[in-house]
Write a protein that binds this ligand. Structure first.
Ligand SMILES: O=C1O[C@H](COP(=O)(O)O)[C@@H](O)[C@H](O)[C@H]1O
Length: 241
């Protein structure tokens, strides 16, 4: 059963997200010799990326691979690029080997970009029947309850194959994206769902009540059903307090 933890403000939320990431990634790297971390885009992870960069010495980065859970099809130097945010705030500051940090190939058309990024996943360590073991997964959440680039009512939610797929009509700009599928999340060990701000309170409440029409709730359910753990980390505003 997912755990919900509430922090007084976005800054203390970010400190907890960063502390858990450092602990879980380093533990997985120690246990298995390699750890895969699924990064998130959007506004909420930024502060946690900064804190992790300040504590870079606490992680065996040479054993870590990162992938972006979803990417917007914009150039990698565009302000809307999820990868650019991660590079600027974290990846340029920690010694992850080049082989463990392949940028989403968004210079390609979305279908080709998705297929190419699926190949990147296929080359990661720790392959399972659901693709690579995802030791530590960050999921952000939109006000509509979307996570990754999986939007309420959209057909991408029905894809059970563990893969990366294109999205061509995202209701949140830009319309073209690539995203992990729910099937790929079945290989998750530990997932943090991170949300801050009053704009997210209604979606958090709906997810908490078990509304599986919300992609983020369905993602949490999918991970737990496959044996992974899910922890929601919220600030008071997102928790509706
Ligand atoms: O577009 C996206 O939105 C979600 C949520 O972003 P936020 O700015 O509301 O926190 C994010 O998790 C996803 O990676 C991103 O592509």
């Amino acid at each position: 059963m997912a755990e919900f933890k509430v922090f007084p403000d976005p800054a203390s939320l970010a400190r907890e997200v960063a502390a858990r990431a450092i602990r879980e990634i380093d533990e997985s790297a120690g246990e298995n010799g390699a750890a895969t971390w699924v990064l998130a885009g959007g506004s909420t992870p930024a502060a946690a990326y900064r804190i992790i960069a300040e504590h870079a010495a606490d992680v065996a980065w040479d054993r870590v691979s990162v992938i972006m859970g979803d990417e917007r099809c914009v150039p990698l130097d565009h302000p809307d690029s999820n990868w650019r945010q991660a590079v600027d705030l974290l990846l340029s500051k920690v010694p992850i080997p080049e082989s463990g940090r392949t940028p989403p190939p968004v210079h390609l058309p979305p279908a080709e970009a998705a297929a190419e990024y699926a190949n990147v996943l296929g080359a990661l360590p720790g392959q399972t029947e659901f693709g690579p073991r995802l030791d530590h997964v960050w999921l952000g959440m939109g006000e509509d309850g979307h996570c990754l680039s999986l939007f309420p009512g959209h057909p991408e939610l029905d894809v059970t194959e563990p893969s990366v797929i294109p999205v061509l009509d995202s209701p949140k700009p830009p319309p073209a994206r690539i995203t992990l599928t729910l099937g790929a999340l079945r290989a998750t060990r530990n997932c943090l769902i991170i949300a801050a701000g009053a704009g997210k309170a209604a979606a958090v409440a709906a997810a908490r009540s078990g509304d599986l029409d919300l992609p983020v709730a369905l993602a949490a359910h999918t991970i737990e059903e496959a044996g992974g753990t899910v922890t929601w980390l919220l600030d008071e505003a997102a928790a509706g307090n």
